[in-house]
Structure formats: C-alpha cells, structure tokens
Write a protein that binds this ligand. Structure first.
Ligand SMILES: [Fe+2]
Ligand SMILES: [Fe+2]
Length: 268
C-alpha cells in the first residue's frame, strides 16, 4: 500500500496536522536522543495500556499473571535499568494462551486484538533500542509529556463509558504517532527514515483497531465522544507546550520572557 493510502484515514481522523514548529524542533540533530528515548518509552506504554485493558476487563487470573510476566523484563529494563536489552528479544511470547474471565462481558475479540498489539509494540520497543545503539544514544529514563495525561483527564468515571473513552484515547495516540513518523521520515537519514516508514506500515491500523473495539463495546455510535477527544487532542498538539520537548509535545513553548525580565536579562 502506498504511504498516501496509509496516511489518508489517519489524517482524516486527526483534527489537525502537527505544527511545523514541532517538526523543525524534532529534526534537529541535538534532539535525536530525546526523540528516540521518548519514542522508546511510548512503545512500552502502548504495550502497557493494551495489557492494562485486557487485564482489567477481559482475562482470567492466570492469564493476567502471564501478561504481567511477559512485560516484566521490559519494565525492569525501562524503570529499574535492569538486564541486558539484547535479551529482551527472547521475551516476545506469552507463556500461555489467554482465557476470558468468567464474568467478563468483553470477549475473545478484545483479547486477540490487544495481545497482537502488545506483541507488535514490544517488537517496536526492541527495534528502537537497536536504533539507539546504532546512533549511540545511551538509555536513560525521561519524564513524559503532558499529551496522554491531558487526554485521559477527560475519560468518564463510570463503566463501560470509561473503557470506551480509554480506547478512543488509544486511537488518537496511535494515529498521532503515525502522522509524526511520516512527517519526520523525509528529514532524517535513510536508516531512521526507513525505520519510521516501517513503523507507519505496522502501526497504521492500530487506531482503527481501538475504534472498532470501542464501538463494539458501546453497542452504538461513538462519534460524539470521538469528536470530544479530537478537540482535546488537537489542542494538546497545537497549543504552546511549556514542558520539555518530547515525541508527543505540542508546539514548542516560546521562551519569550515578560518585558521586565527581558530588561533584567539584558542588564545582566
Ligand atoms: Fe508501536
Ligand atoms: Fe501502535
């Protein structure tokens, strides 16, 4: 499939493109490490949120334990800096098949889609580590941007609406990542550009997976909630972001100081 065809539904789903100021900042060689590091953590978070959804809503106790064990070496590496990252490639399988919880109203479809998604995200996590080794970016744990939290703040507190909202947020995060991979690819070297395009191909249907699940759980049209999150997401992407620069940052915050401070700075 051509890049244009892959991107068309993504760009249609998102309410706004990434601001040029974010792209300009992201392609600066000095920001390569922060982009790779934040991207790495985003891949793990994508796996973790899919795992959270099926542990919370769909699988039985033993399956839940197997999921925790699956992700543990990745989390140990990321949060506790334990283990050799090269060995993570061996932890790419679940130790047992997933069984739905007896009282779960969400069936095998949610489980299968999410397990597949976790597997892909963990593979991407490993691939980002390979890129980091190639570009000699040492691993360090960095803070996250306001982006995901800014959306999750609007998730309803009662079920099943909370689950539906979380799935919609997942769809936006996935779609935005794809849009940004495509925006960055032409401006970075061929190795990294090819990697971003391969991720785009692998991730392009993730946002739709989330939407299909959200709709099937809602049992009715979810476009009103999608529209709410489209506005929230577009605002987080377009408005000035005073946080540190990250993969999902908004427009890089301007460093314009108030007039009095400017005078002081000049005087100093
Ligand atoms: Fe991914
Ligand atoms: Fe994804």
């Amino acid at each position: 499939m051509t890049t244009e065809k892959l991107l068309s539904p993504i760009n249609h789903f998102l309410k706004c493109p990434s601001p040029q100021s974010w792209i300009d900042e992201a392609i600066k060689p000095a920001n390569l490490s922060v982009i790779l590091l934040d991207h790495l953590i985003c891949e793990l978070k994508a796996a973790q949120s899919a795992m959270f959804l099926i542990r919370r809503y769909a699988v039985d106790k033993e399956s839940s334990q197997a999921l925790l064990q699956w992700l543990k070496p990745y989390e140990d590496f990321t949060y506790r800096m334990q283990g050799d990252w090269r060995l993570l490639a061996k932890h790419n399988k679940l130790s047992k098949s997933m069984m739905p919880a007896q009282n779960s109203v969400y069936g095998q479809d949610l489980i299968d889609k999410m397990v597949m998604l976790i597997k892909e995200e963990l593979h991407h996590f490993y691939q980002v580590l390979e890129m980091m080794e190639y570009y000699q970016v040492p691993y360090e744990n960095i803070s996250s941007s306001r982006y995901a939290k800014g959306m999750l703040r609007h998730v309803k507190t009662h079920e099943p609406d909370a689950l539906i909202d979380k799935l919609i947020c997942g769809a936006f995060i996935e779609a935005r990542s794809c849009e940004r991979f495509a925006k960055l690819a032409p401006h970075v070297d061929t190795k990294l550009g090819d990697f971003y395009m391969s991720l785009l191909r692998s991730e392009a249907r993730h946002f739709e997976d989330y939407l299909v699940l959200a709709e099937s759980i809602a049992g009715n049209d979810i476009s009103a909630r999608v529209a709410v999150f489209a506005d929230v997401e577009a605002d987080l992407i377009h408005s000035s972001d005073s946080g540190e620069f990250r993969f999902h940052s908004g427009a890089p915050g301007s460093l314009i100081l108030p007039k009095t401070r400017l005078t002081n700075t000049t005087a100093a």
